[in-house]
Ligand binder design. Sequence first.
Ligand SMILES: [Zn+2]
Length: 278
Amino acid sequence: MNYDFLSFYTVFIFGLIIGSFLNVVISRLPNNMNIDSNKSESKTNGDSVFAGTIWWGRSKCPHCNAVISIKHNIPVLSYILLKGKCSDCQNKISIQYLIVELLTAVCFCFLFYISTNIAQLTFIVIFSAFLISLTMIDINKMILPDQLTLPLLWIGLLANTDSLFINLEHAVMGAVVGYSVLWSVFWLFKLLTGRNGMGYGDFKLLAALGAWLGWQSIPSILLVASITGIIYGVFMRVKTNLIKNEFAFGPFLAIAGWVYMITKINDDFSFPHFSLIF
Ligand SMILES: [Zn+2]
């Protein structure tokens, strides 16, 4: 890879543009699907911020429904220039848009820095974009849409047909083990307590992570996700004083899976090769 300022600048701008697109997916996808499979209590109230499908139709202000002009739709810059407010009604625009754009850009620069070849970089950029979208949708709506978890699984298997991250046999086993482990935990918990501990989206996400990282990754991912999830749960309980509060488990799985991927790449290539031309 070619690590000069211009390369990083290009990757950063590319990340901002993709982040802006992810914002569209995060906002529109949950409103454009029939939510029935993941969580029965999912909120599907009609706060449809956007008109049209995911791919068509311009972005609108969630407050006044005004169509956002092209010049007010530039990543980060528009948000700063408009001081985080709608140009029509002056209501606040969620800072989440800014966070997703910057997070994606910084993440892509980091991936660019640690990747050793273009195939690997392409796939972990896709991997990260899916995980960012899933994390934000799960935080917002407590769902992990099939439209994202299932393609993530197929793309993981595709990447590993060439043993990019793990050999295909281990990848297939990863998908099977990932799904069945959480499925078993779900039903055990349901039989013992009569409650739903998590959603089917969580099984599919762990299956997808298994397809990318192999069955060997499942115990570590589950351990890290569970520990961080429990810490968060206890923290939220103490902070909000609620006896029964649900939180999304998807983000913990996604972050644990992403970190596992990074350490995997670093273990395989402990000394990054700077010689390859981007
Ligand atoms: Zn407005």
